[in-house]
Design a protein around this ligand. Structure first.
Ligand code: NJP
Length: 240
């Protein structure tokens, strides 16, 4: 209660559900994403909770820094950064969708690094903080078509564990690694057949975004000496 939390990718899915979950628990939230209308609607729906938004593209490090700075200006500190923005334009490597590989690297890896760069000096000065990043079961398991997406989520494992070790005793780290979740993540898949298949799987058997939000809240709610370094959660029907 009362923690200051910055969330990227808050305009839909897991980020929006986590915003709702934490606002209900009394957190002070600063949320960002590119779709202004979605952010505005969310803030309106949650009034009078302390939630503010700023349009943010995580591929621009200045915009990420500005989102984090907003939290310090309005609420005086940053207790939690939830690096959640992500894209999943799945395709097999021989489809040569190089632009989509680059987008995934820019959002899923560089966006997370920009978030860490923005909060690290603040959290070091505070002597405390918590960085949470949405990883994936795909950061552990590869399928044909997930090579690059999995690669970005694998990278997050390395970055987050490095952060944990370097900041031991000061900053807590958590990776949230879901299997299929019923969100809008399928929308960036450009192969029509694959998009429909993933959309169907997520809608018929995926976790709800709220299930993942509960995992985030659990990690945040632990006493300060307890680091929940990863939560891996799948719908019980998902095998790999
Ligand atoms: O999907 P979706 P999820 N700058 O599409 C934002 C991971 N995950 O909630 O900018 C800033 O509803 C986008 O906002 P907008 C996944 O890899 C999911 O499922 O307005 N924000 C939106 O708010 C990702 O890391 C599943 O378009 C940017 C959000 O990202 C995280 O969960 C399984 C942005 C995406 O929300 C949230 O995705 C899994 C940018 N440049 C991991 N680009 C799953 N759904 O099955 C995108 O293992 N966003």
């Amino acid at each position: 209660k009362g923690k200051v939390v910055v969330i990227t990718g808050a305009s839909s899915g897991i980020g929006a559900a986590t915003t709702r979950r934490l606002a209900q628990a009394g957190a002070k939230l600063v949320i960002g994403a590119r779709r202004k209308d979605r952010l505005e609607d969310l803030v309106t729906a949650l009034a009078p909770a302390e939630v503010i938004y700023q349009v943010t593209d995580v591929t621009d490090k200045k915009q990420v820094q500005s989102l984090v700075n907003l939290a310090v200006e309005k609420f005086g500190r940053v207790d939690v950064l939830f690096n959640n923005a992500g894209l999943m334009p799945l395709s097999e490597l021989n489809e040569l969708k190089v632009n989509e590989w680059e987008q995934m690297i820019d959002v899923n890896i560089k966006g997370v690094l920009y978030g860490i760069a923005a909060v690290l000096p603040i959290m070091e000065k505070q002597g405390s903080g918590h960085v949470i990043t949405t990883d994936s079961v795909a950061g552990h398991v590869i399928h044909p078509g997930t090579a690059v997406y999995s690669g970005t989520k694998w990278a997050i494992q390395a970055i987050m564990d490095g952060l944990r070790q370097e900041q031991a005793g000061k900053i807590r780290t958590t990776m949230i690694s879901p299997g299929a979740v019923n969100t809008e993540l399928y929308r960036t898949i450009t192969n029509e057949k694959k998009r429909q298949q993933i959309k169907n799987d997520e809608q018929t058997s995926g976790l709800a975004a709220e299930d993942v939000a509960n995992a985030v809240a659990y990690a945040i709610d632990q006493p300060n000496n307890v680091g929940i370094n990863e939560i891996l959660l799948r719908p019980i029907t998902q095998q790999r």
